[in-house]
Design a protein around this ligand. Structure first.
Ligand code: 3PG
Ligand code: MG
Length: 400
């Protein structure tokens, strides 16, 4: 895949054309209201630009995981309404993403208008990347724009299939996401650090293996750090860990050593007897973790050490929290390091790129999302990129 081959929609002629945009409108909704509109906010400038250039913009997306048939619970209508509020004009809404109902809505569009199609996953052909379903989608556009980086790890009809049938371009959000990841991974300013946290080593093995040759400092946090500690023979009490992956953790540490990548584990930890809000907690050196305690966050000495590491680095890639940040006070380590990264970024000393579901929630918790160089809208796709995998929805746009 040659990413320099990505064709950009911002320089294409779209005037009077039907532009079929694969967006990711898969946002959290509760009681018919969008509770986090970040993905919509990031999408809107690209849609506005197309409309301003005279395109008839047809937006399509999946929403949730319906079981291959229509289900009112998974209708995109409330999301389309929220998108309309951000656009300043309600889009037309097609009650089906293919067929006569969709064709009618699209045919009524004038240049500058926007339509949203109902959930793609109401048809089994979407996830199967069925050529006939892709053909039915392609019938609704003259050009295709892939602007859903966060869905690009799916080889579905709307992300991949349709690119075989229409002239296809990358949208501005897609480009922005890819540029940020390339900046952190391809030719980063060195030294580089990665913070890889989260509950389980088992889900991040490919990420760790792929990053070792690419980063100078690998900061391991969260529950997965416990497995690394266990692998070194440290007693971690009742902490969450995956003993079956201790050997893998040792292999990763060996591989890192061979590549001069320093793996950094916690020195001190916040320990509680239970994982519950308001549970009494205390800081211990990691080697003195009580037998009846659970490690739930990194301690202040570790935070100070990690801050020093970030100060010595020029590029930071962050995926996953350092502790059980969802419950106070176990987010303090993550929040403190996030604030430090944000301050260094603001001072022009660090390029900071973060992504992944929990990570964004943690950065929001620290109130620093806007101060990072780039925060991805993607969860699974961000992770697969960090694993070094080719994303089908990106590769399809880079075929040239
Ligand atoms: C996401 O939210 O991660 C994307 O929209 C992809 O959704 P999916 O995991 O259901 O394919
Ligand atoms: Mg997902």
């Amino acid at each position: 895949m040659n990413l320099d081959r990505l064709k950009r929609i911002d320089t294409a002629d779209v005037n009077g054309k039907r532009v079929l945009v694969r967006a990711d409108l898969n946002v959290p909704v509760a009681g018919g209201k969008v509770t986090d509109a970040t993905r919509l906010e990031r999408l809107v400038p690209g849609i506005r630009d197309l409309a301003a250039r005279g395109a008839k913009v047809v937006v399509m997306s999946h929403f949730g995981r319906p079981k291959g048939g229509p289900d009112p619970e998974f209708s995109l209508k409330p999301v389309a309404d929220a998108l309309g509020r951000l656009l300043g004009k309600a889009p037309a809404f097609a009650p089906d993403c293919i067929g006569g109902a969709a064709a009618k809505v699209v045919a009524a569009l004038r240049p500058g208008d926007v339509a949203v199609l109902e959930n793609l996953r109401f048809h089994k052909g979407e996830e199967k990347n069925d050529p006939d379903f892709a053909k039915a989608l392609a019938a609704l556009g003259d050009l295709f724009v892939g602007d859903a980086f966060s869905s690009a790890h799916r080889a579905h009809a709307s992300t991949e299939g349709v690119t075989h049938l229409l002239p296809s371009y990358a949208g501005p959000l897609m480009i922005e996401e890819i540029d940020a990841l390339r900046r952190a991974l391809e030719k980063p300013e060195r030294p580089t650090a990665a913070v890889i946290g989260g509950a389980k080593v088992s889900t991040k093995i490919p990420v760790l293996k792929n990053l070792i040759p690419k980063v100078d400092k690998l900061i391991v946090g969260g529950g997965m750090a416990n497995t690394f500690l266990l692998a070194q023979g440290v007693s971690i009490g009742k902490s969450l860990a995956e003993p079956d992956f201790a050997e893998t953790a040792r292999e990763i540490m060996h591989a890192a050593k061979a590549r001069s990548c320093e793996v950094i584990l916690p020195h001190d930890v916040v320990v509680a007897k239970a994982f519950a809000a308001g549970a009494a907690s205390a800081v211990h050196p990691v080697l003195e973790t009580p037998a009846d305690g659970m490690i739930l966050d990194v301690g202040p000495k570790t935070v100070a050490h990690l801050k020093g590491i970030l100060e010595s680095c020029r590029t930071l890639l962050w995926n996953g929290p350092l502790g059980a940040f969802e419950i106070a006070p176990f987010g303090e380590g993550t929040f403190a390091l996030a604030r430090a990264a944000a301050a260094l970024t603001k001072a022009g000393r660090l390029v900071s790129v973060a992504g992944g579901g929990d990570t964004v929630a943690a950065l929001n918790g620290a109130g620093v999302t806007a101060d990072f160089t780039y925060v991805s809208t993607a969860g699974g796709a961000f992770l697969e990129w960090l694993e070094g995998r080719e994303l089908p929805g990106v590769a399809a746009l880079a075929r040239g």
